[in-house]
Design a binder for this molecule. Structure first.
Ligand code: TXA
Ligand code: MG
Length: 335
């Protein structure tokens, strides 16, 4: 059974020294970051990283990013960093941004799935940042969810999944952003977004002059090379439309054909549905992002015969929300 450190309402970060020691000694720690909770181990210790793959049930062909706390650590694990890569890091570190760099040989091949690049992120969340700083090594940290399940952005959502699989768990309250970092790889001096996040395409374009959206949105029932599918236990449908009233009436029409539908709705629409359970996803895109994974888990917990989710505006952080929702759902319709 894991030891639990509750830092929700207390900023005694000196207590992280004991947790950092666990990381140094090759243990596994679940901890909060500003994006989503992470499952971390010493990123330079092959055996420790192996434990992450086992605890998550993660495919070993899927590489893991390293969390760092300063430039020196980055220079220790990555090489041939270009001016543009430095500029992007200066602009977006620390924060919800991951950059794929050429790796140095010190990074074990298990971290990078035998590839010659490594994903690097400097978190801004104080607990994550302090933990890396105190450990003094990069921390390999994928999102703290069983592979294929929604991310954990709240300690209680993931406690049971990992309490018997890790050495230490830190409760830091709700993640402030709620979706995983934007991942960028610079190819031919142009940033390619491999995964959208809360650092938007527009922000990256402003820094680099150009940006390419290089990710696929596909529902979870289509097999693809992407391992993250955020699958729910319940049947799920995403409804996309530019016309709010049309979307609401379509959702009501579909919901009426089920005996226990649950709807995840924008705040403005919550009173427009004739069903027993409507979950309020919030109003602005940042709020929707912050709660989206918890809301998916909550919808699932009712064991409905369908979860119907309203699509959101497909721009800025909305691009990242829609990317996750399309992957989470079995199906989507555009009207
Ligand atoms: O916000 C985040 O990035 C969170 C927090 C915990 O830091 N982490 C996270 O890790 O989302 P994970 O493993 O769930 O997602 C990282 C993604 C994976 O899809 C992986 O395939 C990709 O990054 N990735 C890792 N290393 C890569 C590499 N060298 N080249 C291309 N993709 C890479
Ligand atoms: Mg993940």
């Amino acid at each position: 059974m894991a030891k639990v450190l509750d830092l929700k309402n207390d900023n005694e970060y000196n207590k992280l020294k004991e947790v950092a020691q666990i990381i140094k000694n090759g243990g596994l720690v679940l901890f909060p970051t500003e994006t989503v909770y992470g499952l971390g181990a010493n990123g330079l210790d092959e055996n420790a990283v192996k434990k992450i793959y086992i605890a998550k049930g993660r495919n070993e062909n899927n590489p893991i990013n390293l969390l760092v706390s300063n430039m020196e650590m980055i220079n220790n694990i990555a090489k041939d960093i270009s001016d543009l890569e430095y500029k992007l890091m200066e602009s977006f570190f620390p924060g919800p941004f991951t950059i794929i760099l050429k790796k140095k040989s010190i990074v074990p091949s298990i971290v990078t799935a035998n590839g010659d690049t490594v994903g690097v992120r400097m978190p801004s969340g104080i607990i994550a940042k302090e933990l890396v700083e105190l450990a003094g090594v990069p921390i390999a940290a994928p999102s703290a969810n069983i592979s294929g399940k929604p991310c954990g952005t709240n300690f209680n959502d993931i406690y049971n999944d990992f309490k018997d699989k890790v050495d230490y768990m830190i409760d830091g309250g709700d993640s402030s952003i709620g979706i995983e970092s934007t991942i960028v790889k610079v190819i031919d001096n142009i940033p390619h977004i491999l995964r959208p996040g809360s650092i938007t395409d527009k922000q990256i374009k402003k820094i680099a002059g150009k940006v390419i959206k290089d990710y696929k949105n596909s529902p979870s029932n289509i097999p693809s090379s992407n391992y993250n599918h955020y699958t729910l236990n319940s049947k799920s449908l995403l409804v996309i439309s530019n016309n709010n009233e049309k979307m609401v009436s379509k959702i009501n029409e579909i919901a009426n054909t089920y005996s226990y539908p649950v709807i995840i709705s924008k705040h403005e629409n919550i009173n427009k549905y004739n069903v027993k359970t409507v979950i309020d996803m919030g109003t602005c895109l940042d709020e929707i992002a912050k709660n989206i994974f918890t809301n998916l888990r909550k919808a699932d917990s009712f064991s409905p015969d369908i979860v119907i989710i309203e699509g959101v505006k497909n721009e800025d952080v909305g691009l990242a929300i829609m990317n996750r929702l399309i992957k989470a759902c079995d199906n989507f319709i555009k009207i």
